[in-house]
Write a protein that binds this ligand. Structure first.
Ligand SMILES: Cc1cc2nc3c(=O)[nH]c(=O)nc-3n(C[C@H](O)[C@H](O)[C@H](O)COP(=O)(O)O)c2cc1C
Length: 414
């Protein structure tokens, strides 16, 4: 049995694109099982309570069952989402660079479990090392009998394609990714119809994050019970947390899902680099929420954070210390989101631009009480008004900064 807290980042697997070494370490076993009984794979994923690790925490089995229930039209797609552009998030690139075969195996297991015959690896174009490792690894798979085994089990040829994304943050949204794959600018589509029914080129499409798929082969190889036991209930399995900001050891940590913020920062991260007291943590990337020192003992899993009005998102944790202005940081992130909005939805286009303008005004001492009131009104009005989740996530950030640090906004007013 492998070391408990490093399923994905186990040293045996951090070997780049070396396929022989990966197979010697047990690679390929899960695919062989999936080839025999794809329905049992879906059941194992359900029992394991694997969640979407791209940010939503959506139960993976639900999407898989929905895609499996559709007939090919004439194809079925699986998109491996490696767009990873959320500030502070750098886990998928690590998996792709250092252990691309387990991502490919997980994707092929998912393809067999759902009947997908076209697998598209969709990767942020700025991640040159990830792209290079994945390209080599895909070529090795294309020459390997493992791919033939999977194609035979599926009953048709499995096609693997590597596609660099557009370089846009919004391109990571699942329907935007599909637009790009079809050759258009990555504007998110309205839902429904959902990708499971009408996805790439009108075909049923499953889209999962790189980390989600990397977990799959381990669940299939070792069982759902084993996977559940790795997490701290209600969390199951492990999670890659990208720790950055004012910490001694910024890194990607693979830890039990549900590890506390305190353990992550002070045990693994070595505490604060500046030696100052902790002030706040942007959790899940800035499009999620801000936690304060009172939240240090909260478990970092989807359900525990949601119960606290927070969000795990991608598992990015950006630590800031006393002395850092919250208004300035939130204003900086808002500028990023205003720039990233695709502009299709008026509420997102004007909402992010207006919030950015007002935050900059407050941050530079020119804001008024009316500006703050407008921001509060926008927080109440905007959630759920966009085609995609962008505007809702952005409001979560602002709203949670109000929850803990409203006094800083008031102090900054003219
Ligand atoms: C603005 C925006 C950007 C996103 N970027 C990414 C991304 O870079 N990678 C990713 O896996 N999911 C991203 N998502 C989430 C995807 O829409 C989708 O939920 C995810 O790829 C599904 O995979 P999962 O269920 O395995 O998490 C983004 C969502 C939004 C709204």
């Amino acid at each position: 049995m492998e070391s408990l807290n490093t399923i994905l980042l186990h040293p045996d697997r951090r070997i780049g694109a070396d396929m022989e070494r990966w197979r010697k370490a047990g690679g390929g076993q899960a695919l062989a099982r999936a080839a025999v009984d794809p329905a049992a794979v879906r059941e194992a994923i359900r029992e394991a309570d694997l969640r979407g690790l791209g940010g939503s925490g959506f139960p993976v089995w639900r999407k898989w069952d929905a895609v499996a229930a559709e007939s090919p039209k004439p194809d079925k797609y699986l998109v491996v989402n490696g767009n990873e552009d959320e500030p502070g998030t750098y886990k998928d690139r690590l998996l792709l660079e250092e252990t691309p075969h387990q991502v490919i195996e997980g994707a092929l297991v998912a393809a067999l479990a759902t009947g997908a015959n076209r697998v598209v690896f969709y990767v942020n174009p700025d991640l040159a090392l990830s792209l290079a490792a994945l390209k080599t690894a895909i070529e090795l798979w294309q020459a390997s009998e493992l791919l033939d085994l999977a194609s035979t089990a599926l009953g048709r040829p499995l096609e693997l394609t590597l596609l660099p994304g557009s370089g846009h943050y919004i391109g990571g949204e699942e329907t935007a990714a599909m637009e790009w794959i079809e050759g258009r600018f990555p504007f998110p589509r309205g839902k429904p119809p959902y990708p499971a029914q009408v996805g790439v080129h009108g075909c049923p499409t499953l889209i999962n994050n790189v980390e989600t798929l990397a977990q799959v082969s381990h669940i299939v190889a070792h069982g759902a019970e084993w996977f559940r036991s790795l997490g701290k209930a209600p969390g199951t399995g492990t999670k890659l947390y990208s720790l950055s900001g004012d910490v001694l050891y910024p890194a990607v940590y693979e830890l039990p899902m549900g590890t506390t913020l305190r353990e992550l920062i002070f045990v693994h991260g070595g505490g604060l680099l500046s030696g100052k007291p902790l002030k706040a943590v942007f959790t899940g990337g800035p499009s999620c929420t801000l936690l304060a020192p009172v939240d240090l003992d909260v478990a970092l899993d989807f359900d525990s954070l949601r119960a606290r009005g927070g969000s795990l998102g991608t598992g990015a944790m950006i630590v800031i210390s006393e002395g850092t202005g919250i208004v300035k940081r939130v204003a900086e992130y808002m500028r990023f989101f205003a720039h990233s909005s695709c502009g299709q939805c008026m509420s997102c286009k004007t909402g992010t631009a207006t919030m950015s303008l007002l935050l900059d005004r407050i941050d530079t001492g020119r804001g008024t009480a009316a500006d703050l009131a407008t921001l509060e009104n926008l927080c109440a009005m905007l959630p759920g008004t966009g085609r995609c989740h962008l505007i809702t996530g952005v409001v979560q950030l602002l709203d949670s900064s109000f929850r803990h640090f409203k006094h800083e906004y008031r102090q900054a007013l003219r």
